[in-house]
Ligand binder design. Structure first.
Ligand code: ZN
Ligand code: ZN
Length: 230
């Protein structure tokens, strides 16, 4: 009891902004100055979230070859200081940084059409056991699910091959590899699945996961992420 009061006192009195270290009463953990610095993604392709000029709604690649998912959204550009916060979260286990971004992103990305289920993009189990020890996409999905009132199924998608470093492969090869790398555990028949990831890099991972879900009978797949790589 005393300990709880003490930790509550500490958490109230020592809250510091995650970026600048100033005292910060805002529950997101970022002061208003630092929140204003986050590079909001205002204008993006409605299919794959690629940053675009104001007038365009769909990027050339999606016009030519539309993805299997209905749409993707991201809260920010993958740029300073969002990129640094995401790296702290992913590689240094800074859960406060991840929680802070997920909270703020939940406000920006609240879906107009709610998915039936949120599903995080999985880490391969070997990475999970011997690497980071947690799946950042799962943490983000939990926050979105709580805020939007949507159930989260963290184990619906399973990654079955560790694969080569995806960034080093050509897009076609990467898609081919990726589409064999997800398996589904559970029934998705007729459901709208909302995929959740920390960063959308090329959209290839989402495309692969989406194809597997649609093949298994999902009616619609959409996606959201904290940030989008240009
Ligand atoms: Zn600050
Ligand atoms: Zn696009």
């Amino acid at each position: 009891m005393v300990y709880r009061q003490f930790s509550q006192f500490l958490s109230r009195s020592l809250v510091r902004c995650l970026l600048c270290g100033d005292s910060c009463p805002h529950r997101s953990g970022l002061c208003s100055g630092c929140r204003a610095e986050l590079p909001l993604l205002h204008s993006a392709c409605e299919r794959c979230a690629l940053p675009l000029p104001e007038a365009d709604r769909t990027c050339p690649r999606c016009l030519q070859q539309p993805p299997s998912f209905a749409g993707a959204r991201a809260a920010w550009h993958y740029a300073f200081p969002v990129g640094q916060l995401i790296q702290r979260f992913k590689y240094r286990g800074d859960l406060a940084a991840g929680h802070s971004l997920a909270q703020l992103a939940a406000n920006r990305l609240a879906p107009r059409t709610k998915p039936d289920l949120l599903v995080p993009i999985p880490l391969h189990w070997r990475k999970f056991l011997f690497g980071r020890g947690f799946n950042q996409a799962h943490q983000i999905a939990e926050e979105f699910g709580r805020r939007w009132g949507i159930p989260v199924h963290p184990r619906l998608l399973r990654k079955v091959t560790a694969g080569e470093t995806q960034q080093q492969l050509k897009r076609a090869r990467r898609l081919h590899n990726l589409s064999r790398s997800f398996a589904i555990r559970g029934d998705v028949d007729g459901l709208h699945i909302g995929l959740v990831d920390d960063v959308i890099t090329t959209g290839a991972t989402l495309e692969a996961a989406s194809r597997v879900l649609l093949q298994a009978g999902a009616e619609k797949v959409s996606a959201c992420a904290l940030a989008r790589v240009p």
